[in-house]
Design a protein around this ligand. Sequence first.
Ligand SMILES: [Cu+2]
Length: 137
Amino acid sequence: MQALDLKFNLSINIHTMKTTILSIAMMLIAVITYAQEKNKKMTFDVNGKCAMCKERIEEAALNVKGVKYANWSIPTHQLDIIMDERKTDAMKIKTAIVAVGHDTKELKATEEAYNSVHPCCRYREDNSDDGQHHDGN
Ligand SMILES: [Cu+2]
């Protein structure tokens, strides 16, 4: 009789434990899903110079799955993004941007990618169109 009781209690405890672990896991998933925004806005610096750069940068960003909006400003070099955080992240977007030759703060374009941009877009050599950073007159 006692052995049966013990077995019974043990099976109940295992069942309770499983239920507890399951509810914790479900709560965690709910929290993570909630934290990921469908229309997450973000802004970061991207190097470039002209309207051609603008087109190239925005196209590269918009080609990333989950990016809904991309607008790069020529004078400020700021790229405004709206993205679905469940599908993409900032690093993926930056990777796509450096792949077409434009530097970001964290990631830099390879020499090869940089050389693929139009000669008038060579932002590394010439800062004449850059309104914010004057290295000297
Ligand atoms: Cu350009």
